[in-house]
Design a protein around this ligand. Structure first.
Ligand code: PEQ
Ligand code: MG
Length: 312
């Protein structure tokens, strides 16, 4: 057994608010679902910023560049500069920069990865559809040409996942020293409608890992790399930093791996039933998924915050 996350109430709100200086907030499932704002998440963060809290946006979503996220945040009413945004695509490009990587990257993913690599002067190939045309495997082998300059494979969310792309990635990974990087391994996107399930980046990464017979190095949450990149330009006190997320095996685990306070919201993938299952378990790995605090959704805080910052 383990204690459930504490609900934030009028009684404990003041001590909660005074316990942190910085917020790291997840995006999909906390702030928005694709392009749809979740409640008044923007008013909540803007109010916290007006109270002097520093806010960083930390997303495993590699489909967009930081510039794209600055535009999205502005459009949805959030206050964010490029320096406030950490995406898994940005962390991947920083990782290769720190490795002094000079070759080319084969990208299974979208524009976010390509743009962040370009920003660091790193060349890439891939990033577009490659569809199997029904030919024999030997025909495929004859037709497939590999780029001699590729020295790394980067797997991100790729809606054009295909047999040929997995074949290409795994073939590059046969090369001695070829790096194998993944932006994240989230199993699903936190968008559920009409009983449909939206596969996340995890299916792309696990597919290539299976064929390559080797694990990828994961850049996004729960890895602490995202926090290390923030700390290169800031000196945050982990104990006075709050991580807010909707997925416990990435966001909350990331917060715990970095020594942060953690708050889970139930507006994304995690449900109250999940929390009760993990709390009732005897498995320490399930206990590790339990956050310090819980809210149904982020803007529940507005019940205690006055958007005009007149504290109750
Ligand atoms: C859903 C997740 O994005 P995040 O919740 O980290 O913003 C992802 O892109 O797989
Ligand atoms: Mg999320």
């Amino acid at each position: 057994m383990a204690p459930l996350p504490a609900l934030i109430t009028r009684e404990n709100f003041k001590s909660f608010l005074e316990s942190f200086d910085t917020v790291l907030t997840d995006c999909d499932g906390v702030l928005w679902h694709e392009d749809r704002l979740i409640g008044q998440a923007h008013v909540t963060l803007n109010t916290l910023q007006a109270l002097g809290k520093k806010v960083f946006f930390v997303t495993n979503n590699s489909t967009k560049s930081r510039d794209d996220y600055v535009e999205k945040c502005g459009r949805l009413g959030f206050k964010a500069t490029k320096e406030d945004i950490l995406s898994s695509a940005y962390v991947l490009a920083q990782y290769l920069k720190q490795q002094g990587f000079q070759k080319k990257v084969y990208v299974m993913g979208m524009g976010g990865i390509v743009k962040e690599l370009q920003a660091e002067g790193i060349q890439s190939t891939g990033g577009e559809p490659e569809v199997y045309d029904g030919g024999s495997l030997s025909t495929l082998m004859d037709k497939m040409k590999l780029d001699p300059d590729v020295g790394a494979v980067a797997c991100g969310f790729d809606p054009y996942l295909s047999y040929l792309k997995v074949m290409r990635a795994a073939s590059y990974l046969e090369r001695p020293g070829c790096l194998f990087l993944a932006t994240n391994t989230d199993e699903r996107f936190p968008v559920a409608s009409k009983g449909l399930v939206y596969p996340g980046t995890g299916c792309v990464v696990r597919c290539v890992e299976t064929v390559a017979e080797r694990p990828a190095t994961v850049m996004g949450k729960p890895s602490t790399k995202m926090f290390s990149v923030i700390q290169e330009k800031n000196s945050l006190d982990p104990k006075r930093t709050l991580m807010i997320g909707d997925r416990c095996n990435t966001d909350i685990l990331f917060g715990k791996n970095c020594g942060l306070q953690t708050l889970v919201v139930l507006s994304g993938v995690t449900t109250q039933a999940d929390l009760e299952k993990w709390a009732a378990s005897d498995d320490p790995e399930q206990h590790a998924l339990l956050a310090d605090y819980c809210l149904t959704q982020l803007d529940d805080l507005l019940a205690f915050l006055d958007p005009k910052q007149e504290q109750c």
